[in-house]
Design a protein around this ligand. Structure first.
Ligand SMILES: [Zn+2]
Ligand SMILES: [Zn+2]
Length: 322
């Protein structure tokens, strides 16, 4: 099969690899779409032996298997099913298994992938191929974060600031609206993404502004400056929700606006499998809006051209159709 390789230092290869051989409890998935994700920039620079790509949607090709022919998304975290986290339904927070599809085993920038049965998320027929991958990071991660903090910030009067209008930030905008938040502001340096946020009902807010406070700050850029801004401007008793990622060391200067205040700082990672039905409902409710996130569909041979443009912020959610 053909697949993408990331040899490191921003290089991209198109290589032939043997077709994946599913192990016990696994199936072969013929990939229909894999969404590009900003978090892959780490692997792109660092290089990996594995097939990258983790926002995967395809069709099970395992004759004789109960799910043969079924359209499925791929849940990223492989999980043990019996640790304390898994037994309470937190299948994304497994304490004993830390394997992630597309990170620690082969992922979806390829024509096929072997997938553990437990990671198959069936997609209803009315969700078309171009929207299915949005059920993962774009809707799943954002909506789970909002569900986690909504009890702390009742939507009625709350003012919300979203830092970063990438796919997860824009996903957070729609998720917040669907949960009843009405006064939502968005900061981003990229005019195109800000225009999309505005057209979805958000109010643009100056990047780095410290003069206005918010009840809920959704930090989806992963930038340290934005995180520190959020801590500083969140209202007392408010919430800073961290859904952006950044594995570089983060220093917090605990100055007065941060130190002399009660507030919550909440980290939320991905989502549990039990969120799927609610995420499908959210996609159905705002189908036409989510469709606007998908600004390009392209093949494997164009990957080396498209990925750097995506990494530079010129595209919102391009989909590889291998
Ligand atoms: Zn992702
Ligand atoms: Zn577990």
């Amino acid at each position: 099969m053909r697949s993408i390789s990331f040899p490191g230092q921003g290089r991209i290869g198109l290589v032939d690899r043997p077709e994946p051989q599913p192990g016990a409890g696994e199936v072969l998935l013929r990939i229909q779409r894999t969404a590009l994700c900003g978090s892959d920039c780490k692997l792109w620079q660092r290089g990996t032996e594995l097939v990258p790509g983790h926002e995967i949607f395809g069709t099970v090709d395992q004759p004789g298997h109960a799910r043969h022919g079924q359209r499925c998304c791929v849940f990223i975290p492989v999980h043990c099913g019996h640790c304390a986290s898994c037994t309470r339904g937190d299948t994304h927070l497994c304490l004993t298994d830390s394997v992630l599809m597309g990170w620690n085993r082969d992922g979806g920038y390829a024509q096929a992938v072997a997938v553990p049965e437990q990671c198959l998320l069936p997609v209803p027929d009315d969700i078309d191929d171009d929207l299915a991958p949005l059920l993962l990071d774009t809707i799943g991660t954002a909506a789970h974060g909002l569900r986690t903090v909504a009890p702390l910030v009742p939507p009625e009067e709350a003012e919300v600031l979203i830092l970063g209008a990438g796919p997860v930030g824009l996903g957070g905008l729609i998720a917040a609206q669907e949960m009843g938040y009405r006064r939502i502001f968005v900061s981003d340096l990229r005019e195109g993404r800000l225009a999309l946020a505005r057209s979805l009902g958000a109010t643009p807010h100056p990047v780095g502004d410290l003069t206005k406070r918010f009840d809920l700050v959704i930090e989806s850029s992963g930038a340290h400056a934005a995180r520190n801004q959020g801590l500083e401007i969140v209202w007392p008793r408010g919430v800073v929700l961290l859904i952006g990622e950044n594995d570089a060391p983060w220093t917090i200067e605990e100055k007065k606006p941060i130190r002399r205040k009660d507030f919550y700082m909440v980290r939320s990672f991905y989502f549990p499998k039990s969120d799927l039905a609610a995420n499908i409902a959210m996609l159905r409710a705002r189908r036409d809006d989510y469709r606007r996130f998908v600004d390009l569909r392209f093949g494997l041979e164009d990957f080396a051209d498209v990925f750097p443009r995506f990494a530079a912020g010129q595209l919102v959610k391009p989909l590889l159709a291998p």
